[in-house]
Design a protein around this ligand. Structure first.
Ligand code: FES
Length: 121
């Protein structure tokens, strides 16, 4: 299991967002696991875009941050389920349930994640 990257405090310029990691921590077509205020988040980059989803496969709850990223999808390393990173949709069996997707922002070389869509602080 790869070590999670520690996250930092939220920033005043992005209410509700929490710094997850540096953009350079996430190479294109790759995924890393980040502990964001106690929530396991898989931060992935594909086609130059950054996505954040729950770091747990909806099939058997293994970390998706150990999976593979390609063509906008994240593939689970254990049984091969594929999820669309932009929507969380399960595209390939054996997973049938979508992943939780978090909003992301990239500011000054850092990736921020919004865990709670209704958060305003
Ligand atoms: S645990 Fe991910 S596909 Fe089975």
């Amino acid at each position: 299991m790869s070590p999670a990257i520690p996250s930092g405090p939220s920033t005043d310029s992005l209410p509700g967002y929490v710094r997850a990691c540096a953009l350079t921590d996430v190479p294109d077509e790759a995924v890393v696991g980040v502990d964001v205020e106690g929530t396991a988040v898989a931060v992935a980059r594909t086609g130059g875009r950054v996505h954040a989803v729950a770091d747990s496969c909806t099939h058997e709850q293994v970390p998706l941050s150990e999976g593979e990223v390609y063509d906008g999808m994240l593939e689970c390393w254990l049984h091969g389920a594929c999820f669309r990173l932009s929507t969380g949709e399960a595209l390939e069996l054996p997973a049938t349930t979508a992943l939780t997707v978090y909003e992301t922002a990239v500011v000054d070389g850092d990736v921020y994640v919004r865990l709670d869509p209704g958060a305003s602080t």
